[in-house]
Design a protein around this ligand. Sequence first.
Ligand code: A2H
Length: 257
Amino acid sequence: EAVGPQDYTCIKLKVLEFAPETQAVLAGNKEVEGKQIFMVAATLRPETMYGQTNCFVGVDIKYGIFKSNKADELFLMTERAARNMAFQNLSPSNGEIVKVADLVGHQLIGTEVKAPLSVYPSVFILPMDGVLATKGTGVVTSVPSDSPDDYAAVMDLKKKPDYYKIKPEWIASYEPVPIINTPTYGNLAAPTICAQMKINSQKDKTQLALAKDAVYKDGFYNGVIIIGEQTGKPVQEAKPLIRQMLIDRNEAVPYNE
Ligand code: A2H
């Protein structure tokens, strides 16, 4: 758990097609007609966005669709995040929160989105057990190459699609993408450390916490970017540059909490 304020980058994943359950909820809703809707995911690792293979929500978490600071763009996230954003110039006016729809996480499973920078043209919204309603936006974009938590959750989904109520094709062919090379864990740090530590599931929480720390530190201090515009640069140098590029392209917004 973070103790101090966190500088997140909120990645805007544009909805291409909502899952049928969400479409049913939104049918006839005039406020969403003709608007672009974004799933907004808070990350500390903007430099890894090339490797997004899916995006996670919590199935029991309550989400809303909110007006943003742009007339034609709506943000899908928790109300808690909308409240924070309203005081960071990300809502119609300072302190103003306008919710246009209510949703529950399970209704979003199978929604297809465009994830900025990802090598995959589109990815799907999938369930993860550990998504906290009390952190970030309640939407967690998934980078299984560099996040042990994401890798473990993706492995569970691939092994047990029926149990998680997903279609296998929403994740089956989305392999982890090499983004960062490090001396200790090579170019697929999360799969490597999960194999070394014999982590088999997102339920292995103690092991995952250790793996997350090890991979995060190694990536940040020793990692080199091996994909995209900043290829060859150390992670510490590339991170702010990739973050700024995403912001300049209107594919991300800075967010603190
Ligand atoms: B990170 P901190 Cl590649 N519930 O993004 C659970 N986890 C959440 C969350 C929520 N509501 N909101 C954000 N997160 C995740 C990328 C990533 C992240 C990589 C590697 C490590 C990593 C892709 N997922 O985080 O408690 C998000 O996952 C390890 C620290 O505020 C976010 O960054 O420190 C991170 O946790 C924020 O965690």
